[in-house]
Write a protein that binds this ligand. Structure first.
Ligand SMILES: *[C@@H]1O[C@H](CO)[C@@H](O)[C@H](O)[C@H]1NC(C)=O
Ligand SMILES: *[C@@H]1O[C@H](CO)[C@@H](O)[C@H](O)[C@H]1NC(C)=O
Ligand SMILES: *[C@@H]1O[C@H](CO)[C@@H](O)[C@H](O)[C@H]1NC(C)=O
Ligand SMILES: *[C@@H]1O[C@H](CO)[C@@H](O)[C@H](O)[C@H]1NC(C)=O
Ligand SMILES: *[C@@H]1O[C@H](CO)[C@@H](O)[C@H](O)[C@H]1NC(C)=O
Ligand SMILES: *[C@@H]1O[C@H](CO)[C@@H](O)[C@H](O)[C@H]1NC(C)=O
Ligand SMILES: *[C@@H]1O[C@H](CO)[C@@H](O)[C@H](O)[C@H]1NC(C)=O
Ligand SMILES: *[C@@H]1O[C@H](CO)[C@@H](O)[C@H](O)[C@H]1NC(C)=O
Ligand SMILES: *[C@@H]1O[C@H](CO)[C@@H](O)[C@H](O)[C@H]1NC(C)=O
Ligand SMILES: *[C@@H]1O[C@H](CO)[C@@H](O)[C@H](O)[C@H]1NC(C)=O
Ligand SMILES: *[C@@H]1O[C@H](CO)[C@@H](O)[C@H](O)[C@H]1NC(C)=O
Length: 604
């Protein structure tokens, strides 16, 4: 049974302008975090969700690299990294800094852009309602225009600008970013199948958005329509897919060609990117070969046995590395809206619905390797140990997408999905044992110490690259961050729902392009579906200070003086701990030293 869409279809009030949207004369800027306590329930569109959506988009302005435009909204940002690409005779300035530092990575960036375009295809009305569509356009183009520069010829793609190790040794503002900033590429003889296919998927998803393709019965952000831009993006999508599939060097993960990328973003596989790229090409391609792309996607899915990653016990997350859970969902959307594209295939709408609902059932009935924390966050051991909110937000986003497209095969499943999504979103927005809404600058209890060099305002005494030293104590230098990094979704609490708000703790406190992305789509959905206030209007300011844990966290970032709360204090683990502690401390000490230097940043 197909259910009618949960979204109202009457909200398409914006005129169908076709130009690059001009930004409002009075720019949107985030209000003070104290605003997060105002109850606005009943306002239409919901004022709190509109503010949240605006703040989340503003985060990407804060992360901009290159020469900033005259209408840049973030008063404390400066032009930066203006020589990017000079080492290879190209202009690779622009784009976005990936996370808390100043490296630019194509792989997670293009995942982020794909995710946001996909969300706008689903619930673009949310952006319209919040008057944020022009900022969405601006945000996407700042990323896409850089990806275009990074793809100067069909078989060349730049995948990283900047040196991760050098960058990790620098903790300062955007005026003294250390050099050199080398540019790394993949090409026909040294290919990167995953990164090329992922960039193709981003271009194709956004081409579909800019050409006003429809992905669910009620979606549309027709204000973005620009056929010139859409076909430019489509050309890059096609070329990159052909490069991924047919490179003379064969197929391989991109860190084989560019080992430097493995410091932060080593990819585990490329079949998921190939399938997702082929599906977005099947959506964006209006010619008759859309069916060929769909057939390709089905081929990648079955020949690489991707379905095994969706089974209970080995269920995978959806993130910058792993797109597999998105495949059956996008395929189901496609099969539902464009039955002619899939008509020649044995993989039908029902095929994908079965796969999707089996996968979701793992979380609804908690019968896989993931579990709910005591506070109610879905937790994947390993994946969630660094950035616990990210897997949860991405699962919630996927479930919301499927449910609100009316694809659930029963009303009871539909209800279960909606309930699960609500639980995860509420948790992130403050319904958690810490009383923290985990978005910077949103509520008085929001994190105050994001791991972000750009927002600290710290100036190193000597930024000369040969003398770089990060301050010994990131938590104390400076005492308070100079700038509020509005809209940054941070990593998140530990498996016992505990959160320390320590700047040095990149596992909990780092921000990243891909951390904020799923909440953007969920906020747009909340607006489009007329939700009441985000949970945090009910959270008492100051409540976090009363429960803030003592000691320090135990994770990949912070281990010295580590006093584990919850888990380790229970049962026999302590006894075991005492026995191995002497040897362990020595090994951990050596490990911390090594990890801190080589791998300061997250890698799942
Ligand atoms: C459409 O996008 C292109 C490429 O970015 C841009 O040059 C053009 O101004 C846009 N079209 C209109 C009508 O504004
Ligand atoms: C927040 O503050 C601004 C003024 O800075 C105000 O216009 C707005 O209505 C307030 N409320 C919300 C929910 O953002
Ligand atoms: C969007 O803009 C319209 C027209 O200027 C205005 O009436 C409305 O209040 C704005 N909505 C939000 C959420 O800012
Ligand atoms: C930008 O430059 C100004 C000085 O012109 C400085 O105060 C500010 O901290 C800089 N911003 C960053 C992010 O470093
Ligand atoms: C191709 O990429 C590899 C890996 O980045 C690089 O070493 C090589 O120089 C590149 N080839 C060309 C012709 O630029
Ligand atoms: C975009 O698509 C929607 C729904 O398919 C349609 O109503 C709208 O007119 C289209 N807009 C433009 C500018 O073509
Ligand atoms: C790969 O190469 C084959 C043989 O030339 C060609 O038929 C096919 O269309 C190419 N695939 C893509 C995606 O371009
Ligand atoms: C689809 O057609 C485009 C040209 O219109 C071509 O570049 C592309 O390789 C084709 N894709 C497949 C899978 O045949
Ligand atoms: C579709 O066909 C492929 C082989 O071409 C096979 O591996 C797959 O199991 C089939 N799928 C279904 C749903 O029958
Ligand atoms: C950086 O330090 C090196 C070695 O101390 C020195 O040779 C160089 O001149 C310095 N550069 C700048 C820009 O201060
Ligand atoms: C806000 O409104 C929604 C319905 O729109 C309702 O379910 C919810 O309980 C209200 N919350 C508060 C705090 O009033």
């Amino acid at each position: 049974m197909r259910l009618a869409s949960a979204l109202p279809c009457t909200l398409l009030f914006l005129a169908s302008a076709s130009a690059q949207l001009s930004l409002p004369d009075t720019p949107y800027t985030p209000p003070d975090a104290s605003n997060g306590t105002q109850v606005t329930n009943g306002s239409t569109p919901n004022a709190q969700w509109s503010t949240l959506l605006g703040n989340l988009l503003y985060f990407y302005d804060e992360q901009r690299s290159g020469k900033l435009p005259s209408n840049e909204r973030v008063p404390w940002r400066n032009d930066s990294a203006l020589d990017d690409g000079k080492d290879v005779g190209l202009d690779l300035t622009g784009g976005y800094y990936d996370a808390g530092d100043y490296v630019k990575y194509t792989y997670p960036l293009s995942f982020t852009i794909m995710s946001i375009c996909w969300g706008a295809l689903d619930v673009g009305q949310g952006y319209d309602l919040a008057n944020q569509t022009a900022y969405l356009d601006d945000m996407l183009r700042w990323g896409l225009d850089w990806l275009i520069k990074a793809h100067p010829s069909p078989n060349t793609l730049y995948v990283q600008v900047g040196d991760g190790n050098l960058d990790n040794a620098y903790w300062g503002g955007d005026r003294d970013i250390p050099y050199p900033r080398p540019s790394y590429q993949v090409n026909a003889t040294n290919p990167g199948t995953d990164v090329a296919a992922q960039a193709s998927a981003a271009f194709a998803a956004c081409s579909a958005l800019y050409s006003n393709r429809t992905l669910s019965a009620s979606s549309s952000t027709s204000a973005l329509r620009n056929t010139t831009y859409a076909s430019e993006l489509q050309g890059h999508a096609q070329d990159l897919y052909a490069f991924a599939v047919n490179a003379s060097g064969g197929m391989q993960t991109y860190q084989t060609a560019v080992p430097q990328s493995a410091e932060a973003y080593a990819s585990s596989d490329f079949a998921d990117e190939l399938a997702v790229a082929a599906l977005f090409l099947a959506l964006s391609e209006t010619s008759s070969n859309a069916t060929d792309y769909y057939a390709d996607a089905v081929k990648w899915y079955y020949s690489h046995n991707l379905g095994a990653q969706l089974k209970a016990g080995s269920e995978t997350v959806f993130n910058w590395d792993s797109k597999t859970p998105g495949i059956p969902i996008l395929a189901a959307q496609l099969a539902s809206v464009y039955p002619d594209v899939v008509s020649g295939s044995n993989a039908t709408l029902q095929t994908w619905q079965q796969v999707v609902e089996d996968y979701f059932d793992i979380f609804i009935n908690i019968r896989g390797r993931s579990y709910l924390t005591d506070g109610g966050l879905i937790y994947f051991p390993g994946d969630s140990d660094e950035a616990s909110l990210n897997p949860a937000l991405n699962i919630a986003m996927l479930m919301m997408r499927y449910a609100s497209a009316g694809l659930a095969t029963s009303t009871s499943n539909q209800n279960r999905y909606e309930q699960f999504v609500q639980g995860q979103v509420d948790y992130v927005l403050g319904k958690n044992p810490m009383f923290v809404p985990y978005i910077v600058g949103t509520h008085p209890n929001s994190p105050a110490n994001p791991h972000s060099a750009i927002s600290t305002g710290y100036s190193p005494p000597n930024a000369n690259a040969s003398q770089l030293v990060a301050p010994d104590n990131l938590d104390a230098v400076p005492e308070q961050e100079a700038y509020v990094l509005y809209g940054g979704v941070i990593g998140g609490p530990d498996p016992h729902d505990q959160f320390w708000d320590l700047r040095s703790d990149w596992a909990q406190n780092e921000v990243a392009l891909d951390y904020t992305a799923p909440l953007l789509t969920l906020a747009a959905h909340a607006l489009a579906s007329g939700s009441g206030d985000p949970y945090y209007t009910q959270v008492r300011a100051g409540a976090y200070d009363e429960v803030r844990p003592g000691g320090s966290p135990c994770d990949a970032a912070v281990q010295t003086g580590c006093k584990r709360h919850g888990g380790l204090s229970k049962g026999g683990k302590i006894a075991v701990g005492v026995v191995v502690s002497v040897v362990g401390l020595i090994l951990i000490g050596l490990g911390v030293f090594w990890i801190w230097h080589v791998r300061r940043h997250r890698k799942y």
